[in-house]
Structure formats: C-alpha cells, structure tokens
Design a protein around this ligand. Sequence first.
Ligand code: PLP
Length: 371
Amino acid sequence: MSTTASALKAPTKLLFGPGPSPVHPRVYEAMRQPIVGHLDPFFFQVNEDIRRGLKTCFGTANEFTMVISGTGSAGMECAVTNFVEPGAKVAVFANGYFSDRLTEMARRHGGDVVRLEKPWGETYTDAEAREFIASTKPAVVAFVQAETSTGAYQPGHAICKAAHEAGALVIADCVTSLGGMPVLVDESGIDIAYSGTQKALGCPPGLAPITCSPRALEWLKARKTTTVSWYLDLKLLLDYYESAHRYHHTAPISMFYALHESLAIITEEGLENRWARHKANHEAFVAGLAEIGVGMLVAEGHRLWTLNTPFVPAGVNDMNVRKKLMAEHSIEIAGGLGPLGGKVFRIGTMGYGSSPENVQLLLGALKDAFQ
Ligand code: PLP
C-alpha cells in the first residue's frame, strides 16, 4: 500500500497563461486564517463584504450579486440552468471556445439554440447584433464578453439593447474581464453576468461571482418549471445567503477569505486604476512584440487587456516555445485552441501578474525562445 511520504511542496511557476493567474501573497495569507462554520455570523459578514466588492467590479447596483461555490463553468451552468427553460430559444454569439461551451450547456438544458457564427478572434458589430436578435426573436441571448480562447472583447451594449427590445434576457460570460477591465453590467444592460476568481481577481480557482438584474430576478421568481440543477438553483441559494440563512451546502470558507482579500486589494488600488494598470501593461506587451515583428490576432480596440493572443511567428513551433519557457524560466503560457491551434499563443497579463516587470520578463523570454 502506498502512503503519503512527505509534506506537499508545490513548485513555484510563473503563471502567464489564460488562468489560473498568479495569486497575490495577501490572498494566500488570508486563506491561512481559521475557518468558521458555514452558518457562522462571521461568514455571512464576509459574504456581505464580498457582495459589496463584487457589485463595484461588475459595475452594478444589482442587489442579487453573490458567488457560486465552483469554478467559472459553475457560474456559466448556473446562468444557463436558471434562465434557460426547456424549449426556450437561445441566441448565442459564437466566436470562440467558450461560446461553444455556452451552446453545449444551453442544449443540455433543453434550449433551442440558434448561433451567429464568426471567425474566432472577431467581434460583432452593432448592426450584426441587431439583425441576429431581430430575426431570431430569442427568449435568452448569450455572449462572451472576454473570450479567453481568442483574446477578443465584446462589451455588449448593442447586444443588450437589441435583446431588451425583443424582450429577451442577456447572459454574459465575464470570466476574463472581471477585475481587469470594464464589465459595466448596468451601463451595458447585461441581465446575468458570471465570472471566476482565478483570472484578473488574482485568487485561486474555486468561486464563481454572479450578478442578476432586477428584471432577471423577476423572471426567475415567475418561472413555473423547476431548475433541473439542485446545487445551482438560485432560489435555494438565496435562502442560504440572504435573510433565512437556511443550510444549502457547505460553502468553501477559505475561498471566501481569499476573495474577500482580493476585493480589499482592488478597493485599495481603485478599480479604474486597476483597469489602467492592465491596459498599460497589455499595451507595453503588444508594443514589445511589434518590435520583434510579432503581430496580434485581434484588431486593435477589440483586444482584452488581460489575455493576449500574438501570432506564432513563421517558422516557429509553438509547442517548442512553450516547453522552453517552462524548462528555462518556469513560465507557463498556453497555445491556441480549436482553429487557432498552432497559430497563436495565449498569454495572460492579469491580476497580480499584470506588471511592467512581468511584461519585460515575458518579452525577454519569448525573444530568446523564438531564436
Ligand atoms: N468562460 C471563460 C471565458 C473562461 O476563460 C473560462 C476558463 O478559462 C471559463 C468560462 C470556465 O471557467 P473554469 O475553467 O474556471 O471552470
């Protein structure tokens, strides 16, 4: 029988892939604090602070703002299971890996999915959004604001306007935008936005922030069918986190401490300063790449500041570059997915990892690996 011979000692890697991103030391420290019970008043106080901090990051006054115990995909599935009823038409803006995942989840929950396809790396114009929604008349519209598979940013204002004119609810994937660039839930009109802790928030993976508009909440309260997922049923979760504090599941307390600390760090830095930091470091990285002749997949003005997708230079093997970065610098970056496999790198400059020093470190290591 094998036994655990010694204490765990995890290696230190420089996480510049699409996530998880480097964790702030203060967040690690917060996770060491003693856990309390999941019905302890201290826990609910921590949760209230988190809800307040998330409202700021999401750019919303939505009272219904909270976290799901699970990773970003749990946030996605929570949005889908609660707001897509069997038979409901769901219009998906399909331009990357995560809009495909949304499609798959919506289908599994019985949605009648229609898709507007665009090549990966592109975004939708206002006219395309209006035409697609007007012609399909969906009950739910879903799009990915920050597409981690391509590095493209779709703020979503026109999509939401057209959806509301058609009487549809809008689900937006904000996993790679929250805490690093504008999400602007209220300004854009997003009804349900979800995210994950392991990207620009600078926490480990494990929680999925979610926010729902009063319109979405009204719809949910009027919903006649029961959500097939018990674990992700927002009505049950409300009973736990809100006034009744009725036991639903054992919340991962240490992850709540982590998120609490990360939101405290964001408050100290100032959200707009944090966006400006992400933008400046992204732009410095893109400029440095241009100097060595490396271009970007996504057109200027539509790029994420958190996740960069430079082309793999001609004659360079992306797998060899990634292996070299890991072997010589302990740097993790990722390759392209699906149609972008072998064509682009996916390099994160997010959260605690977004700094001028890291940009220089990455540029130096890449330059060396390209030779
Ligand atoms: N949506 C987007 C845009 C993502 O980038 C990811 C993860 O990378 C997810 C959803 C799923 O999140 P997780 O892997 O935390 O379940």
